[in-house]
Design a protein around this ligand. Structure first.
Ligand code: AHR
Length: 517
């Protein structure tokens, strides 16, 4: 029996991660000129006398004439790296270069280049006061997107993933004014600390109130919250996520419900503002605009000028989210400048990487239907709300919204192998279908290599001649199977009861259907 509450898992972390290969590629990001034919966000900030001093994007150029590298990937097969650039100056990422370089293996993002010419590149975050390191690197295929119809990839931050630069150039320090914006996936978040982008400590330690000024996105309520159930854009000013003037509840900060989110933060002497909007349409709303918090340490501020992505100032790395682009400025941008930047962003044409359904394309929402007759042809693979098990159960148009969502999966590029797939729960973001002792569970991606293997399945022609079968990447004789209405990975004959040869071919063959939820 499936019960209506989802059991939540503890935060599991792996402190180990791949080491960034960072060398000559760092020098390849070139400075923009001011002669932009097509304006980028940083041309608009420059025109407003608040120039970008950091400009990060894996999807597009942020200056009209930028023609350098956007980011660097490293592939698992041989450890080689490749800089990913643009299709043309001022244009869009050359995602095909990544597809080509990473074909048949997996890739992580090792460097996110700074387009501003200041050299403020982001690389693998080191250990900090809250957690060890180095942090994990983002799987380069987990956040497919299109921008003006061009395929690109965002930075998919699973818990344990983090990027940082503790030795920057031109970023605001002390009480100096600055602005920043970031585009995030509004549907990818959690309540862990802290999915941030912005200004942080240069020693990766919590050095006290006011030593940070970074955008936060998620539904962490430890320090502050806004209206509704979240997620919210907040300001991480250190030892506090601020949804308004002081810690705690601030009604002016709305829950975010758009697929893509533009988040903006700016701060200067006894003044700061938090703004946001839908990346795809409309303008910005101001969630807070006023004086600094009254707690000790926030006025004046003690900004240190490091840059973080995906983590808190002290390397708290329990959060998740997806980043597409973001900048930091020198000087306090006017609302008019920020509004012009938002107009540029909405015109950029962000869209989901895959709008198709019923296919195994990363980003697709699907449901997986069992094919074994007569028992199970109206049964779908779903997670069980009463525990972390994965089962099959009858699902139809009359099923509850929860039951439908439990039977819906978002296809992701395989966590361990990009030519295979992983399945993220549609209603439990960050939790993936994985096997453990050969049984299937829904567990939180802890960013580790073992989890990635257990959560990766390679589609093959259906073993029964119908539909699709899913071979375990680390147990290649075993396939995703239902047995007594419970899901396993099973071989065709073997020591476990679920390896039974009876109905094995049908039990391991699935139809990739339109999503229920
Ligand atoms: O301010 C919230 C978090 O508190 C910071 O990101 C981190 O440095 C500290 O743990």
């Amino acid at each position: 029996m499936v019960k209506p509450s989802i059991r939540r898992l503890g935060r599991a972390l792996l402190a180990t991660g791949a080491t960034a290969a960072l060398a000559v590629g760092l020098l390849t990001a070139t400075a923009a000129t001011s002669q932009a034919a097509t304006q980028g966000p940083c041309d608009i900030y420059a025109a407003g006398a608040t120039p970008c001093v950091a400009a990060h994007s894996t999807t597009r150029a942020l200056y009209g004439t930028y023609n350098g590298s956007l980011y660097q990937v490293k592939r698992a097969s041989d450890g080689a790296t490749r800089d990913i650039g643009l299709l043309s100056a001022g244009g869009y990422a050359n995602a095909a270069a990544q597809d080509d370089f990473c074909a048949g293996t997996s890739c992580v993002i090792t460097v996110i280049y700074d387009q501003s010419g200041k050299g403020n590149h982001l690389t693998q975050a080191p250990a900090g006061g809250a957690a060890g390191g180095p942090d994990n690197l983002a799987n380069a295929f987990e956040a497919p997107v299109t921008v003006a119809g061009h395929k690109a990839y965002g930075v998919y931050v699973a818990p344990g993933t983090g990027y940082r630069n503790n030795n920057t150039n031109g970023i605001a320090t002390g009480d100096q004014p600055e602005g920043m914006y970031a585009i995030f996936d509004g549907t990818h978040f959690n309540d862990g600390c802290c999915f941030d982008y912005g200004n942080a400590e240069t020693n990766s330690l919590d050095t006290g109130n006011g030593h940070m000024e970074a955008l936060y996105f998620g539904n962490n309520k430890a320090w502050g919250s806004g209206s509704g159930n979240g997620p919210w854009v907040m300001a991480d000013l250190e030892n506090g996520l601020f949804s308004g003037v002081n810690r705690g509840f601030n009604a002016g900060d709305p829950s975010v419900n758009s697929r893509f989110l533009t988040a903006m933060l700016k701060g200067g002497p006894n003044q700061w503002a938090l703004r946001g909007g839908d990346t795809r349409s409309g303008g910005l709303s101001t969630f807070y605009n006023g004086v600094r918090p009254n707690a000790t340490g926030y006025n004046p501020m003690h900004k240190e000028g490091a840059i973080i992505l995906g983590i808190g100032g002290d390397n708290s790395k329990w959060a998740q989210g997806t980043f597409y682009e973001g900048v930091m400025t020198s000087g306090y941008p006017t609302d008019a400048t920020e509004n012009a930047v938002q107009a540029n962003i909405t015109a950029a044409g962000y869209n989901s990487g895959s709008t198709s359904t019923g296919t195994l394309t990363p980003g697709s929402r699907i449901s997986l239907r069992a094919t074994t007759a007569p028992c199970c042809t109206s049964h779908y693979l779903r997670h069980d709300d009463a525990d972390t098990k994965v089962v099959i159960s009858a699902t139809n148009s009359s099923s509850s919204a929860t039951d439908k969502a439990d039977a819906t999966w978002i296809v992701r590029a395989g966590l361990a192998h990009s030519s295979c797939v992983s399945f993220e729960s549609a209603n439990s973001p960050g939790q993936f279908l994985r096997h453990y002792n050969y049984q299937l569970y829904l567990n939180t991606d802890n960013g580790g290599g073992a989890f990635a293997q257990d959560a990766t399945f390679c589609p093959t022609a259906g073993n029964s001649g119908t539909g699709t079968s899913f071979r375990s990447v680390n147990f290649p004789t075993k396939y995703l199977r239902h047995y007594n209405y419970t899901a396993y990975i099973a071989s065709n004959g073997g020591s476990n009861s679920w390896d039974s040869t009876t109905s094995w071919a049908a039990d391991t063959s699935w139809l990739v259907d339109q999503p229920w939820g």
